[in-house]
Design a protein around this ligand. Structure first.
Ligand code: BT5
Length: 329
């Protein structure tokens, strides 16, 4: 952890205040150095009170995302991240956070690094579709993973991400999100988050995976183009309240780390059970469009790899690993 992350972590652990001397001792730097870091943190929006009796006290944090702050928040949780979130980087603007992760992957960076951007100029969805990323209003981020899975098993990661996202939203808000297979989180039938899993693989081996996640947190309807506004919503629109993006981000990374750990030890079935419980797709009549092919039927369950099993009108069980699902009424 950087010095700033350690200071923020200590301030959060001591809500009533921590003295400069204590901080200096803990971090093994001078009190003057602590004071100068605190000044820097104030400059970027942290409200930190100082007083002779309590030392330094964190009063409020800015809405902007800071890597040090996110690292400090994660370190302060009961279960600090094992893999996802042990390295976090925040950019003011990128083309797509998935592009940044691709570059880090090529540079040999360890799995678990998370890249956030306050805005994306070329945010993307699946099949070359656009992902609208209003500046400073959402969580637009990607994660580098190097799991020991074969390419067919990687749908497990999309399923796990959806499960973790749903759980984090429930923990942070009073909302009841539902999962739509494979990569959408919906509230009241409208999309509030999407997942883009990009794969670099050889025939039977995954080299790395870039897991891109977009969550409409404090996005206002006016910030979305009309065609997206019809089908999308945000946590703020649904709850009527502004949500702390840093808190939600921490929760999501923590939940993702927990589900990723399960997948890595072959316990996907535990994730899948929770997924089915929170899923709007299972038990519904669906139409799946996969390129030129269209399947109509009833979504029955997930298979061991996270593929959707659809019973067609003719009674066949079809295994669906990609495509666009429309829920029929
Ligand atoms: C997805 O694709 O849902 C995956 C979205 C992943 C976005 C993240 S953000 C961080 C990372 N970096 C990236 O460049 N991407 C990832 P798909 O299922 O193809 O859905 C795309 C469709 O969702 C679009 O065609 C629009 O209809 C709709 N859409 C676009 N922007 C949206 C938004 N902000 N909120 C809700 N829906 C949106």
């Amino acid at each position: 952890m950087t010095t700033d992350a350690k200071i923020l972590s200590a301030l959060r652990e001591n809500p009533d205040g921590v003295s400069g001397a204590q901080l200096a001792e803990q971090l093994e730097i001078s009190r003057a150095a602590i004071w100068s870091r605190i000044e820097e943190l104030r400059q970027v929006g942290y409200e930190i009170e100082a007083g002779p009796h309590f030392g330094y006290r964190l009063v409020s944090s800015p809405d902007a995302l800071h890597a040090d702050d996110l690292l400090a928040r994660l370190a302060g949780t009961l279960a600090p991240p094992k893999i996802i979130g042990r390295d976090i980087r925040v950019f003011k603007e990128t083309t797509s956070t998935n592009d940044v992760i691709e570059k880090l992957a090529r540079d040999g960076v360890k799995e678990g690094v998370v890249v956030f951007a306050e805005s994306q100029t070329r945010g993307r969805g699946r099949l070359g579709r656009k992902w609208i990323s209003p500046a400073d209003k959402g969580l637009w981020f990607s994660i580098l993973l190097r799991p020991n899975l074969n390419p067919q098993e990687t749908t497990q990661l999309t399923v796990a991400s959806a499960t973790a996202l749903r759980r984090a939203i429930i923990l942070e808000t009073n909302l009841r999100p539902e999962i739509k297979w494979p990569n959408d989180i919906l509230i009241g039938g409208k999309k509030v988050a999407g997942i883009l899993t990009e794969l670099s693989a050889e025939l039977d081996r995954v080299k790395h995976i870039t897991l891109g996640i977009g969550v409409d947190v404090n996005v206002d309807a006016s910030e979305l183009p009309p065609e997206v506004r019809k089908i999308a919503t945000s946590l703020k629109i649904e709850s009527g309240e502004k949500i702390s993006r840093a808190e939600l981000a921490t929760e999501i990374l923590r939940e993702l780390d927990a589900d990723y750990a399960k997948i890595c030890v072959g316990k996907f079935s535990e994730v899948a059970d929770e997924w089915e419980a929170g899923c709007a797709t299972i038990g519904k009549n669906v139409t799946v469009q996969m390129g030129d092919r269209r399947i109509c039927g009833r979504a029955e369950s997930l298979d061991d790899d996270g593929a959707l099993l659809v019973r067609t009108e003719h009674g066949h069980l079809e295994r669906v690993i990609g495509g666009d699902v429309t829920l029929e009424k």
